[in-house]
Ligand binder design. Sequence first.
Ligand SMILES: [Zn+2]
Ligand SMILES: [Zn+2]
Length: 444
Amino acid sequence: MQETATYLKFWAGLTSIGGTVISVEHGEHRLVFDFGLSFDPGNILSGKQVHLRPARLVHDYLRLDMIAAVPGVYSQSEVSDCADLMSAEESPWQTAVLISHLHLDHMGAMGLVSPRIPVFLTEESLALYRALAVIGEGVDGAREYSTCQFNVPLAHGPFVITPLRVDHDICGACSFHIRTPHGNILYTGDYRLYGTTPPIAPQWLEAATALGVDVLISEGTTLRAPEEGEREEIIGDGTAPDTLVNEDMLPEKLCILLSSTGLAFFNIYHRNVRRLAMMLDAGKAVGRTVVLERETAYLARMMLAREDFVETDDVCPSAIKGNPTQYLVQNSYHNCLALLDFVGVSGCYIHSNGVPLGTFDPAYAKLRALVDKCGLEFHYIGATGHAIPQHLQFVVDTIAPKVLVPLHSFCPQRLTAAGGERVLPQLGISYRLRDGRLHASPQI
Ligand SMILES: [Zn+2]
Ligand SMILES: [Zn+2]
């Protein structure tokens, strides 16, 4: 009798940042991870001027290549007119979907998974998700979610999945270590080496190494093409270069600025509740009242159990204008016209990794122009959630897998596997996992 094989398949997110979807199957059991949305600036939906069609969401997202066409994942009612795509009802697999963390490129489509299929998040991620859903930032689709815990193995057929906590700029983030009958896989999700005290990364690396990794599927967000000015060869190095600004350095920078400016606005990505806590702490340290938008205030209460702030609606602009050095005011991009109420008041606008995230987004230049028009000084006080190239390579060198699969990157080929093999997978090809190695093969 022929042995049941283990196959990996890569569905999306190989040479872009976001929307990485991978499946691992063994007989009738299958895992799918992650399940985010793919967005590119040229997408018809990216400007938010075009209305979504709630009843045709899966159909439209599939046609626009924003979600992966994975067979057996979407409900029959959603894909009835996508003739070539098998529905969950027709699926021969028992599928489980794993979500590494709550950034949209990793979870934006999880609500569209058929309710027949369990979707697993870490307990911390689910707590954050529930809070986000209350403030209108849940994902499309109404369904239940299941939880997994850091370091606690979860079985699905022949697979044993162990979520390992990683350092990333959102709480609840994990890697998935997956034991299969034919080798061990580590899917890193998104991570960085430096962002918290005490550091998370050493324990993560230690735990992953102890479990054994044959195939390392690594993110590569920060890898850029050499023609963009980066050196050709990346030397793995786990130390922090002087140029790296990490989370721990931000409070001091922030307090220095707040001690020498007038009115201060800040823009954060509020899924980063640690940064939110930092803003509240900074306000307290320099004696300023922190003013939060209503949705963020809810997150501060639910996720941080904090009450040391006021909400935007509870303080009128004239009170702030009358005493500008006493306030630290949140201003998200969608509320940026509120800045116009403070023209003539000297002060600064602190961009702390809120949206628009950077110059690649056309909205960033518009925000800068508005801040200039309001006469505010623009300051960036932030830190990346992603490992820098030498840290990505350091992790590869430390884990020393038999096979490296770099993805979630514009330039995945810049990561190298010193003692092992590197596979730059192709979409839609089945790779058979045998003795911890990957072999492109027609699926039987
Ligand atoms: Zn990502
Ligand atoms: Zn992320």
